[in-house]
Design a protein around this ligand. Structure first.
Ligand code: LLP
Length: 420
């Protein structure tokens, strides 16, 4: 029987039901330690800012805070989880291309240290609200460095017509944004941010973006103390993926930053990075119970008790995953199956042509590397309840998010007359 964090998968399902998201805490800790240890330089401070959109819950944020990580949030919802975890406001960065007034107010009231400005209109809005509430806030301006890295087009962010940030060519607009911030009493300009996309393996794309950003800082000639180089570091979903080990990646990025600072004669107080997927992705596993199996003319299906509602990535990005039968780890994988979810959608296939041992009803299917953008992109399609999340470590397991219930969903069916 497969164990995760020295806990048997069948015992986890017995205790918490199926499907189930399982995180191996040791794997998360190892990643964080690697980032904290190797993304370091004598020439500037560094900060690891976890992109909480990849997966967030109170228990994870408490752990990251204990490790001294910062986080980024992109909505009032993500911020409310940070608040519930008592995450220190001075370690929160607030992102997003269309922050709502209520969200900006919520961030200012909680004392969020830094807001990342996506566009000119937002600058006016943040200045206005910070002055109204008399709250000081620091800002970074998100610059699109126009470095195209090869990844799925839905998760590329630095193409010329990306909806994110302001193009590196629009220097006059950026200067105007900074001038407005400098004129304001409550808003402080710290520097720039760039992010080139997600699930990227090409180290040279990160290096190119870093160099473009540092050359840009020199050219702008504005006092700049902070550069945030974003996240996007790829992880292994299947054997086809070959991510750079975290330690090597950090060392290479630090080298590239130092080299570029030297070349362009720029000094920075701090460089931040924003990994999401690479901290939680490989630490996450989803367990499902197998229901019926079915043979069609050319395929053999196994049906699982979850699917696109708990993992939209195969349907949305054609994402590939690896899997096993947790209770048949020692058997030869002589069979080929379509692993299909239970949603009413032909595209609800989690894995095509999965090589597995002979699968039977009640077997436990484990899908690997579901820790990022699985739970956080889960939906209630077909009114399925969102699964519970458990953390496992050294033979112990704890539920950190409970399973949704029908009552939770029904509670939203509230009728009232509207006072217009
Ligand atoms: N920083 C910014 C500004 C971002 O937009 C993102 C991701 C990150 C950091 C973290 O990127 P990561 O290290 O996790 O690659 N739903 C897609 C991924 C969307 C990524 C959105 N932004 C997926 O499931 O592949």
């Amino acid at each position: 029987m497969l164990q995760i964090g020295k806990v048997r998968c069948d015992e986890l399902l017995k205790a918490c039901g199926s499907p189930l998201y399982v995180y191996d805490e040791t794997q998360i800790e190892k990643k964080v330690e690697d980032y904290q240890t190797y993304f370091k330089s004598e020439n500037f401070d560094t900060e690891i800012v976890y992109a909480s959109k990849a997966f967030t819950c109170v228990a994870l944020l408490e752990k990251l805070n204990a490790y001294g990580c910062s986080i980024d949030v992109v909505s009032g919802g993500e911020l409310s989880i940070a608040k519930k975890a008592n995450f220190p406001s001075e370690n929160i960065y607030f992102h997003g291309n269309n922050k709502l007034n209520d969200e900006i107010i919520m961030a200012l009231e909680y004392g969020v240290k830094t807001i990342i400005m996506d566009n000119m209109y937002e600058v006016d809005q943040v200045i206005h609200l910070a002055e109204k509430l008399k709250k000081e806030v620091h800002v970074l301006i998100r610059v699109n460095p126009k470095v195209e890295a090869h990844t799925h087009e839905f998760i590329m962010t630095a193409t010329s017509d990306s909806k994110f940030g302001i193009s590196i060519d629009q220097k006059d607009d950026i200067k105007e944004m900074i001038a407005k911030v400098n004129d304001s009493e409550y808003v402080v300009f710290d520097g720039f941010h760039s992010h080139i996309g997600s699930q990227i393996f090409e180290e040279h794309a990160f290096v190119a973006a870093i160099d473009k950003m540092i050359a840009f800082i020199k050219e702008m000639g504005e006092p700049t103390s902070v550069l945030n180089i974003g996240g996007g570091f790829g992880v292994r979903y299947t054997d086809e993926d070959t991510p750079i080990p975290t330690k090597d990646l950090c060392i290479k990025l630090i080298e590239a930053i130092n080299q570029s600072l030297h070349t362009h004669d720029v000094q920075l107080d701090k460089v931040c990075m924003e990994p999401g997927r690479s901290i939680v992705g490989e630490a996450g596993y989803t367990l499902y119970e197998v229901g019926f199996t079915k043979k069609t003319q050319n395929k053999e299906f196994i049906f699982i008790d979850g699917g696109m509602a708990d993992n939209i990535r195969p349907a949305l990005y054609d994402a590939k995953y690896a899997c096993d039968i947790a209770n048949k780890m020692d058997q030869a994988k002589d069979y080929t199956y379509e692993v299909a979810g239970k949603c009413c959608e032909s595209g609800d296939i989690i894995i095509h042509d999965a090589k597995l041992p002979k699968v039977e009803t009640n077997d436990i299917l484990v899908v690997y590397t579901t820790g990022a953008y699985g739970y956080s992109m889960a939906s209630n399609y077909n009114c399925l309840n969102k699964p519970a999340v458990v953390f496992v470590k050294d033979g112990k397991a704890r539920q950190v998010v409970r399973r949704e219930t029908y009552e939770d969903q029904l509670a939203l069916n509230e009728e009232k007359e509207l006072q217009l």
